[in-house]
Design a protein around this ligand. Structure first.
Ligand SMILES: Cc1cc2nc3c(=O)[nH]c(=O)nc-3n(C[C@H](O)[C@H](O)[C@H](O)COP(=O)(O)OP(=O)(O)OC[C@H]3O[C@@H](n4cnc5c(N)ncnc54)[C@H](O)[C@@H]3O)c2cc1C
Length: 463
């Protein structure tokens, strides 16, 4: 039976990155879009309860930025006007792996340096400026409403801060409520089986702090950090420039290897990241805030593409799949899913086909990101993913690629294009690329890149 969906009112749960992107896409097809958000969001709010991860550094990958610009032309300019910086992913960064700097090479990938708060604020402004999108803040969604036979979602029930409840009817409900999404529980209450879950336990924690940045620090470099050599290393350092002349300095680690949130312990942990320049630079910096810690137990993927669901219900963003944040993919994957939704909405109006096609396309869109995370984290002995032989061979090959990044600029550039999701990972298996990797590894030599001058306020002599 065909259920052509009326397109009067769509409701999105959650006004964070995924919800805002979904609302933008739905606004092209629905007369009205309401975003329902638990937090009351003030324009100048720095941090809010619903997005605790907003206190940690957030990299928006090149593909993510392209999609955001495509959905909101001029968004990049908004961000830059508010102080965001842009620089070449490899040319404007100092990344080291296994104690050596990666090859010096312009990747052609522009990377945006801004806080999570700023990215969300600019995106929210643009989204709420759309004439048919409104935000209903300060209300928490509690359940879906359905037809009597429970085969179709007809809207949702929400609760205000004073405890009063109300129903909000909708032709489509899209859950973008993040990692803690209650969709599995609400569906169970309606008699549906939970969607299958894939889970990779990693016990990661971030400890971070904001410091003052002087433009001449590190000769104008915007990112100083490490690429962990998995599975030998389980610490990572990320020091990234932020709007407002600030550095966001984060130390993260896997499997309980967590940086203490005190001055001495933080510095000591930095001494173990495999690049002596990092603790040396840290010692020169002036802190502007206290430390913040964020714990992240596991990557979780809910396979809605395989589940039986009531019609007129979609899920997007962390609510569907949340990744180990050290890979920096969450916002970009939400953008890819929004792009997939846009394509599906354009070609079908039938409720069943729309749901099926969307979850299939979204699963495909997040497969690459999930494979990078499962390949990397799956290499640690603590993770038992029972990977097939092909995946294990690929894992070995990737560790060769990681070594080659230090010695061959083209390998580095092409690898980064894959990490930033602008090129297919299949390019890493093209014979010419494999040959470059093997050649680079065979002629391994000492670091090819000069180390940055680390003095605060002092330009690098090598730039
Ligand atoms: C430490 C850390 C670092 C990260 N670093 C990066 C990075 O470098 N790059 C990157 O791309 N991604 C990163 N991420 C991931 C990124 O934060 C998310 O992928 C991104 O914010 C998209 O999330 P979302 O919009 O799906 O959900 P969230 O950002 O979690 O937002 C969910 C929203 O739903 C609201 N909500 C929840 N329940 C209800 C309810 N019942 N009713 C109404 N509203 C509700 C919440 O208040 C919130 O506003 C990081 C994550 C962590 C934890």
């Amino acid at each position: 039976m065909s259920h052509t969906t009326a397109r009067n009112h769509a409701v999105v749960i959650g006004a964070s990155i995924a919800g805002l992107l979904a609302a933008r896409v739905l606004s092209e097809h629905y007369a009205r879009v309401t975003i329902v958000e638990r937090d009351v969001i003030g324009e100048d709010d720095l941090h809010r309860r619903g997005v605790p991860q907003g206190r940690q550094p957030h990299a928006l990958l090149s593909r993510g930025m392209r999609i955001l610009e495509d959905l909101h032309p001029g968004l990049g300019d908004d961000l830059r006007r508010e102080g965001a910086l842009t620089g070449d992913m490899t040319g404007a960064s100092r990344l080291s792996a296994g104690g050596e700097y990666l090859a010096a090479y312009e990747s052609g990938l522009p990377l945006l340096y801004a806080s999570r708060v700023l990215i969300e604020r600019c995106l929210r402004r643009r989204t709420l400026a759309l004439p048919n999108v409104t935000l209903l803040g300060g209300v928490a969604v509690r359940a879906f409403t359905t037809t009597p036979d429970r085969t179709e979602v007809t809207g949702l029930t929400y609760e205000r801060e004073d405890g009063a409840r109300a129903d909000l009817p909708a032709d489509l409900v899209l859950d973008a409520s993040g990692r803690g999404s209650r969709t599995p529980a609400w569906l169970e209450a309606l008699g549906y089986a939970r969607a299958q879950e894939s889970r990779i336990d990693v016990n990661v924690a971030y400890t971070s702090r904001i410091y003052r940045r002087h433009p001449e620090h590190l000769g104008g470099t915007l990112l100083l950090g490490t690429v962990p050599q998995q599975p030998m290393e389980r610490r990572v350092a990320i020091c990234t420039a932020l709007e407002g002349d600030r550095w966001h300095f984060a130390l993260a680690g896997w499997f309980g290897e967590h940086a203490p949130a005190d001055e001495e312990g933080f510095l000591e942990f930095a001494r173990g990241v495999g690049n002596d320049d990092i603790p040396a630079f840290l010692e020169t910096l002036e802190p502007l805030t206290d430390f913040t810690v964020h714990r992240y137990p596991a990557s979780v993927r809910r396979h809605y593409e395989r589940a039986r669901l009531p019609l007129r219900l979609l899920v997007l963003g962390d609510a569907m799949c949340s990744f180990n944040p050290t890979y920096g993919q969450g916002m970009t994957v939400a953008a890819l899913e929004a792009e997939a939704l846009r394509a599906v909405l354009r070609r079908t109006r039938d409720a069943a086909s729309l749901q099926r096609a969307y979850f299939r396309a979204a699963a495909k869109a997040l497969d690459l990101a999930w494979s990078l995370v499962s390949g990397g984290d799956g290499s640690y002995p603590e993770v038992d993913l029972r990977q097939p032989l092909a995946a294990r061979i690929t894992g070995r090959y990737f560790s060769l690629v990681q070594r080659a990044l230090k010695h061959d600029g083209r390998v580095l550039s092409e690898f980064m294009q894959v990490v930033h999701m602008v090129r297919s990972p299949l390019t890493l298996f093209e014979p010419s690329f494999v040959i470059r990797v093997l050649r680079a590894v065979r002629r391994e030599k000492p670091a090819t890149r000069a180390r940055p001058s680390i003095g605060a306020g002092q330009a690098s002599a090598t730039d």
